[in-house]
Design a protein around this ligand. Sequence first.
Ligand code: MN
Length: 158
Amino acid sequence: MNPFPPHRRIPPVRRFRPHAGRFRWEEVPLRTYKPEANSFRGVTRQVLFDAADGLPVQVRYFEIVPGGFSSLERHEHPHAVVILRGRGRVLIGTEIHAVAPFDLVHVPPMTWHQLRAGAEPLGFLCLVAHDRDRPQYPTPDELAALRARPDVAAFLQP
Ligand code: MN
């Protein structure tokens, strides 16, 4: 028995349609980004493929406005990220890396991570398991431990 039966009908091909300077795909609703997250700025989300399409993963496209950033978080599930547009920086654990289009970023389980856009919008695909745990956000003590490293403190400074 197929454990992943599709349960929505999508067109066999959905087109990429840039809109007002943003990357967009037709017939894919724009979602709000994590209303529960502690801190983020200027992030939009499109879910391109989902369990509804018979897949055990979600393929999401995120776009962060210039100067914006995703939430600082960790969780048991890994992320597989493909940068599609713009330039930015990513924090993975205590490492900071510059990223550019077509770079592949892997975030291991239970590793603090955040993406920050530079002067242009930063757009990236992010693949996750459909069944996954909720993100954890740092406690004040955990944040202080991260900020003990000067390079990480500078990265986290808005
Ligand atoms: Mn995450």
